[in-house]
Write a protein that binds this ligand. Sequence first.
Ligand SMILES: Cc1cc2nc3c(=O)[nH]c(=O)nc-3n(C[C@H](O)[C@H](O)[C@H](O)COP(=O)(O)O)c2cc1C
Length: 277
Amino acid sequence: MINEVYLIYFSPTHTSRQIAEAIVRGTGVEKVVTVDITRQDVGEVVIPESALAVVAVPVYGGHVAPLAMARLQGIRGLDAPAALVAVYGNRAYEKALVELDAFAGSRGLKVVAGATFVGEHSYSTDKCPVAAGRPDRDDLAYAEDFGRKIADKLLAAGSADALCQVDVRAIRRPGQPVLPLLRFLWKVIRLRRSGVALPRAPRVNDESACTHCGLCVRSCPVGAIVKGDELHTDQTKCIKCCACVKACNRKARVYDTPFAALLSDCFKERKQPQTIL
Ligand SMILES: Cc1cc2nc3c(=O)[nH]c(=O)nc-3n(C[C@H](O)[C@H](O)[C@H](O)COP(=O)(O)O)c2cc1C
């Protein structure tokens, strides 16, 4: 029933991309059209009924990353089946999957599968790890298996009319121990009350480490770092995605947000991927 897959993602630090790619691999469909909206708008993309769309985006502040949502606006399905994936940093995804579902419903995409996966938190560092190294082998195996199950569902339905849509609100939320959550909320309140200014953008911590290789420039989704002026980040453009921090081989860049320590302390317990089909 499906002869191609549209692999659609916004993924500054590559976790959403890895998960979406694993799902697509699992479907076994050979023809893949990649729509990477991380660094630019791609204009209008029309997905036919004979194709499956796999859409993966990161969660920012419990919502679909705003820039991802803006760049998805050119995507339209002609009643095409879609699998929606919200990727979050082991804290919570809150409204993100429901927002993605609302987008899909208004754009001619038929939501036949949904998932939430965990990716290494953008703020994770060696000192304050948050879901470090995820998606790991188990996550990716789970994603591939999810892809296989989507393909099976499409095959079993036979025709587009017979295909069941899912209600992503029915997806199971992963368990969250209460005490660490309360500790996190308490710490956030204290942080806000303290009036400590949060950094508006990553910065170059060690100027001598910067070789002006331009990796940070190429990784930035919003052009906040300019070639030749790599020591500077335009705070008015920066979306704090930390792509530049993670792209730098020499660890010259840091984003020293106090949230890293809070998240690392309060969200240690591994959350597992959840899917609905
Ligand atoms: C500005 C910002 C806000 C974030 N908010 C959340 C959040 O609300 N909950 C959560 O669990 N992770 C949150 N994260 C972590 C990302 O969702 C997570 O690291 C994700 O894997 C990043 O996807 P990417 O690698 O495709 O860019 C946030 C990250 C950033 C940069």
